[in-house]
Design a protein around this ligand. Structure first.
Ligand code: AP5
Length: 212
């Protein structure tokens, strides 16, 4: 099965993807994570990418489609995968429809703007294992120590500031809203109330996936 997690920045796609991969054993493919890794490598192309991300714009679809095509053709993805943050434009959705080998199920994480802004401004992650935390909702059990790997350094994303969040939400409304309509029209589409707590969202996702 192919599961697509779609929703505004901060709606909890990455968090729920982390929970789902444990349960389903599918590979978690986050285009945001892939692009951040490439943009940290240095060089002119990487700098262009980093600029795009820090300005809250989508990177060109040609580039992201090439990356996704390569990843999806690997053996690891042959029995399905979990896509987090892709597709987020109609061009990308049509590209996925062409190369996907299995049924696509879309989980749409719907959340209010005030909710997602608070979440994004509170997000940080472990510098070593990249586990995601939140200052307001999900702190490490022992302050300053990662629950998962015991590391003591944490990082904030450069695009998690008020100015860039507003731009990311704008870009989401312009490019990704049409993708939601596209999937509603094509079936296999399920809405999730992502304003709820992490645990409640996970339960709703479970209920939906049992029905498909
Ligand atoms: P990407 O990394 O995909 O960012 P995003 O879509 O803006 O989504 P986020 O990662 O901000 O949020 P999320 O929904 O995963 O929330 P999370 O679970 O972390 O993309 C970054 C950039 O890369 C884009 O702007 C673009 O430039 C580029 N890009 C990526 N994909 C692209 C593509 N396909 N095409 C073109 N360009 C692309 O949760 C957020 C916080 O809230 C965390 O701290 C978490 O602990 C907390 N939290 C989560 N759920 C809950 C809950 N239910 N209750 C309370 N707190 C919660």
């Amino acid at each position: 099965m192919i599961i697509v997690l779609i929703g505004p920045p901060g709606s909890g796609k990455g968090t729920q993807a982390g929970i789902l991969v444990e349960k389903l054993g599918l590979p978690h493919l986050s285009t945001g994570d892939m692009l951040r890794k490439i943009s940290a490598q240095g060089g002119a192309e990487a700098e262009k990418l980093a600029r795009c991300i820090s300005e809250g714009k989508l990177v060109p679809s040609g580039l992201i489609n090439d990356i996704v095509r390569k990843v999806l053709s690997s053996n690891e993805c042959s029995s399905g995968y979990l896509l987090d943050g892709y597709p987020r434009s109609i061009v990308q959705a049509k590209f996925l429809a062409k190369i996907a080998q299995q049924d696509i199920k879309v989980l749409y994480f719907k959340a209010d703007e005030q909710v997602i802004i608070k979440r994004i401004l509170g997000r940080f992650s472990c510098k070593n294992c990249e586990k995601i935390y939140n200052e307001h909702y999900d702190k490490p059990k022992i302050e300053g120590v990662c629950d998962q790997c015991g590391h003591k350094e944490f990082v904030y994303r450069k695009d998690d500031n008020k100015e860039t969040i507003i731009k990311r939400i704008k870009e989401y409304k312009k490019s990704t809203y049409p993708v939601i309509k596209y999937y509603k029209d094509h079936g296999g589409f399920f809405g999730i109330d992502a304003n709820q707590s992490k645990e409640e969202v996970a339960l709703e996702v479970d209920r939906v996936l049992k029905r498909v």
